[in-house]
Design a protein around this ligand. Structure first.
Ligand code: ATP
Ligand code: MG
Length: 241
């Protein structure tokens, strides 16, 4: 009897989560689509011409890009949620793999005036060869480095470490000297669409799905997430594989 009640409760919870997620997705997609519709209408009916038309064209492009990023993130999450979906495993040299991903963020960091540095384990240490889904490791690394740069102001720094942990587990550490996350928000940031500064979305262009992808990917990989953050000082996120 109790088992049945518990089962019903869990089913209700899952159903509510699904409804909430759909409502959130709809709401999040509506905002950029409204902007695209409005600006393109002004150009189409000749109300915006010359410089204005170019400015609106730029906005349309930005909002369309944002929508596309969001749809891609939602697709990634639904694959991560679906346990029938398998991720291909392959052999990777962990440190070189992380190095190639971090290198692709050099321009973004330079444009923001943020110093981006990468350290890997010493050359005389044993190489870390993993048999994993490189797609999942890439997703985690991209989300963490993107956040670290995005939430760090000019003059700050982002340090990435890929190598062995103190207790000989492969570890990825992304540490920044950015704005930090308030203590009471640190649990919440892994939830879908959760952002600390709601008004920041237009400034930093985020959706609040990055850390959910990190959490779900880590779960798939059997990896552990550790977070340390101090408001105004910075954030460090560790992924222990
Ligand atoms: P996106 O979906 O584009 O990644 P996002 O960056 O807003 O959008 P998450 O990556 O899930 O979403 O992060 C959730 C929130 O956690 C962010 O909006 C930000 O408030 C906070 N956050 C995440 N990483 C950091 C960080 N390194 N420093 C400070 N705040 C952070
Ligand atoms: Mg993010």
């Amino acid at each position: 009897m109790n088992d049945n009640r518990e089962k019903e409760r869990l089913e209700r919870e899952a159903e509510n989560a699904r409804i909430n997620f759909s409502a959130n997705v709809t709401h999040q997609l509506k905002t950029p689509l409204h902007a695209i519709s409005g600006y393109s209408e002004l150009i189409a009916n000749g109300m915006a011409t010359g410089d204005d038309a170019r400015k609106f064209g730029f906005r349309i492009h930005m909002e369309a890009q944002r929508t596309l990023d969001m749809v891609n993130d939602i697709l990634t999450l639904s694959k991560l949620d679906d346990y029938a979906e398998m991720f291909n495993e392959e052999e990777i040299d962990f440190c070189s793999f992380i190095c190639s991903i971090v290198t692709s963020f050099k321009t973004m960091a330079e444009m923001k005036g943020v110093l981006l540095e990468l350290k890997t384990s010493e050359p005389d240490e044993e190489k870390i060869i993993m048999h994993v889904s490189s797609k999942l490791i890439r997703g985690i690394t991209e989300c963490l480095v993107d956040n670290a740069i995005k939430y760090t102001g000019s003059g700050g720094s982002v340090n990435v470490y890929a190598g062995w942990s103190e207790n000989s587990r492969p570890v990825l550490v992304v540490k920044d000297t950015g704005i930090g996350i308030p203590q009471d928000e640190q649990e919440n940031v892994f939830q879908r669409f959760y952002r600390v500064e709601k008004s920041a979305s237009s400034k930093t262009g985020g959706t609040g799905l990055g850390l959910t992808i990190v959490k779900q990917s880590a779960k798939r990989l059997g990896a552990e997430i550790q977070m340390k953050s101090t408001l105004g000082e910075g954030t460090e996120i560790k992924i222990l594989f």
